[in-house]
Design a protein around this ligand. Structure first.
Ligand SMILES: Cc1cc2nc3c(=O)[nH]c(=O)nc-3n(C[C@H](O)[C@H](O)[C@H](O)COP(=O)(O)OP(=O)(O)OC[C@H]3O[C@@H](n4cnc5c(N)ncnc54)[C@H](O)[C@@H]3O)c2cc1C
Length: 225
């Protein structure tokens, strides 16, 4: 569906970097790569979350819906930042959009859905080209299902925390797809990233051992059980 581009400013070896930063405070030998790696791993295992804030992740999220990006923006811990494709400068008379699988599978739903998208697209074009309305006004019609592009920057601590919420089966399906794409893209950056993704990007029930959601998916027992 969408695409994740990990930018070169992303920390290549997050464990080594974390160990190097922690080593400064502990009077350790920060010129030894192996020692930095081991120290970083220990920090992570011990839950010294502050060191995760030195690990930078910069990426382009492309082709996900404006709706899921709206949810993405709720993760504000650690003051992440981002830029999003403009609805004033980019022409949207032929915008791309997400079609959920359940809609794709139902012939009538699919037709209604795509007809509506086409109608919005045509109306945007008509307002702009025939009636001379400014694009920023026509853009008011754009749906949450349209796909968008974001340049995003945040730290590892924020992403680990996000994984607990968004790898939960109760999270919106597109967010789970998006998060899975991020896991895959980061795992390909280095072995250190693969280790972190495999072991620390987990749903919140893996941390607490119980389900804290009101409506449980049943993966683990509820707290009150
Ligand atoms: C199943 C599900 C349903 C949802 N439904 C809705 C919904 O209907 N409407 C909606 O708006 N959102 C909804 N959300 C989003 C959710 O409410 C949170 O906004 C989202 O998960 C981001 O918040 P966070 O605490 O997880 O992350 P962050 O905001 O990134 O916070 C991470 C951690 O940082 C710390 N922190 C962050 N900010 C502060 C602060 N100001 N002061 C002190 N500590 C701070 C806290 O320890 C926090 O736990 C839903 C999420 C899920 C998974």
């Amino acid at each position: 569906m969408g695409n994740i581009l990990i930018l070169e400013e992303t920390t290549k070896n997050p464990l080594t970097l974390m160990g190097q930063r922690a080593g400064v405070c502990w009077g350790g030998n920060i010129t030894d790569r192996e020692k930095n790696y081991k120290r970083g791993l220990e920090c992570l295992k011990s839950g010294h979350g502050r060191v995760m804030e030195y690990v930078n992740v910069e990426m382009v999220l492309d082709g996900y819906s404006a709706r899921v990006i709206r949810e993405w923006y709720t993760h504000i811990g650690g003051a992440p930042t981002r830029l999003q494709a403009s609805t004033r400068y980019i022409k949207y008379d032929n915008f791309e959009y997400i079609v959920p699988e359940r809609i794709k599978k139902n012939e009538e739903a699919y037709k209604r859905y795509t007809d509506m998208m086409e109608s919005i697209s045509n109306t945007c074009k008509y307002l702009e080209e025939e009636l001379g309305m400014p694009r920023e006004d026509a853009a008011m019609l754009l749906p949450l299902g349209m796909s968008t592009k974001v340049v995003d920057k945040r730290n590892l601590r924020n992403l680990v925390d996000m994984s607990h919420q968004r790898m939960c089966n109760r999270a919106y399906w597109e967010y789970r797809v998006l998060f899975n794409d991020i896991c895959k893209a980061l795992s390909e950056v280095s072995d250190e990233w693969k280790y972190i993704v495999d072991n620390y990007f987990v749903p919140k029930c893996d941390i607490s051992g119980v389900c804290t959601e009101k409506k449980s998916c049943g993966r683990v027992g509820k707290k009150e059980d």
